[in-house]
Design a protein around this ligand. Structure first.
Ligand SMILES: [Fe+2]
Ligand SMILES: [Fe+2]
Length: 408
């Protein structure tokens, strides 16, 4: 261990801290990843790989001439909150980079290897760019130290897919929302890094799409008991973001952003996107759900206050608060979710088909109408999902059914 590893600087220490809210480093079952089948999405996959290859952001993460000029002294506590935000960001960018690099190194699956190399390339640029900005404040994070010393959480591949898909998409939604806001209020842009967010968010969007394709190619990941896991990850990612953002009031005030409004906008964008893959979405507009999230913020602030004030009964008090936090999380988890309309469409189609076949088998020829209706609804769902195999199956079966009736 070198001297630096023994004595990390304060920002590296901050990045290394483990809490419920801090970004994590992950490891996974690399062998299981080898078996991943991508053939159902081959065409979309190849198109996406071409996009990665063309590398539209190759020139983006470089400072331009005005970057230095725009840097300004930030008053406290804005300076501390901004640095804290940047440390969290560099940690999560780098944790993505490290995970993708590790997968690339450890698997032989050629498609996965190629994808991971591209995503690691992008995340390394993102982390490097933030870290360079932290250096201006004299507090760059020692990324090598983090890689060696930070605790790695083991996640099964499917959990990696849910968690990284969501964090990439939520990252996209955050960057684009802040960018659009500052476009309208340029006087609020107190740091030049925000000017980079537009092209930056395209990378995050594409990373999310890569995981979306992986999950779509393996629909078992999106149904049955896995629905419960998806629900859990949605809530974990949303609530972590909500609590963390509400701890940075000065930063958001300086940007002229109402944290509540900003977070709910980010949720809306993420929900809209994730509905293309996940079978369910959280009902973030429901007053009860919102009250639960606000309660989590209050509890987290009470824990912080208790930590600061110390006292003999402090630990006991915090234990009680954490139990209340856990209970609130469970209540939020049990809050009714919204079924994906596509999911409803598929079930209606399936039920119609089954009844149609039943009637036909019983000799009731009117069942034919239900069969055709079911086929058409399934075809619609298949077109929305852009699932070629399903389009061909349902399209051909419905056409044959109609031709049979007309000419049979
Ligand atoms: Fe990134
Ligand atoms: Fe990313």
């Amino acid at each position: 261990m070198n001297a630096q590893a023994l004595a990390p600087n304060a920002s590296t220490e901050r990045a290394q801290q483990e809490s419920l809210l801090s970004p994590r480093f992950y490891t996974t079952d690399f062998k299981a990843l080898e078996k991943l089948d991508l053939s159902p999405v081959r065409e979309a996959w190849d198109r996406m790989m071409d996009e990665y290859r063309s590398d539209g952001n190759v020139d983006h993460f470089k400072r331009d001439a005005t970057f230095e000029e725009e840097l300004q002294e930030l008053p406290e506590p804005l300076r501390s909150e901004f640095i804290d935000f940047m440390i969290t960001s560099v940690t999560s960018e780098y944790s993505g980079c490290e995970l993708y690099q590790e997968i690339e190194k450890r698997v032989n699956h050629p498609d996965l290897k190629e994808l991971m190399a591209f995503m690691a390339r992008d995340e390394a640029r993102h982390a490097g760019f933030i870290n360079r900005a932290l250096k201006d404040f004299g507090v760059a994070v020692d990324l090598g130290f983090l890689k060696r010393e930070k605790k790695h959480t083991f996640f099964k591949p499917k959990f990696i897919f849910y968690a990284t898909y969501l964090s990439e998409k939520i990252g996209y939604a955050r960057y684009i929302t802040i960018y659009r806001h500052l476009e309208k209020h340029p006087e609020k842009r107190f740091h030049p890094i925000y000017r980079w967010f537009l092209r930056w968010c395209n990378d995050e969007f594409r990373h999310g799409e890569s995981f979306a394709l992986i999950m779509r190619a393996n629909p078992g990941l999106l149904s049955g008991l896995n629905r419960l896991w998806i629900r859990f990850f949605l809530l974990a990612v949303y609530s972590t973001m909500f609590v963390r953002d509400h701890s940075r009031t000065v930063l958001h005030d300086a940007l002229g952003i109402d944290v509540d409004e900003y977070d709910y906008t980010v949720f809306d964008i993420t929900t809209e996107i994730s509905r293309q893959v996940f079978p369910l979405t959280l009902d973030t507009d429901a007053p009860k759900f919102r009250a639960g999230l606000s309660r989590l913020v209050e509890i987290s602030q009470a824990v912080e206050r208790s930590q600061e004030s110390g006292g003999v009964f402090g630990p006991l008090h915090r234990l009680g608060l954490r139990a209340r936090g856990a209970l609130t999380f469970v209540q939020l988890y049990l809050h009714p979710v919204k079924e994906n309309p596509l999911q409803i469409l598929k079930w209606v189609a399936t039920a119609t088909l089954i009844v149609g076949f039943g009637l036909m088998s019983a000799g009731i020829t009117e069942g034919w109408y239900l069969q055709i209706t079911g086929g058409v609804i399934w075809l619609t769902a298949a077109v929305i999902m852009k699932d070629k195999a399903l389009i061909v199956t349902n399209g051909a079966m419905t056409t044959v059914g109609i031709i049979g009736k007309l000419f049979g």
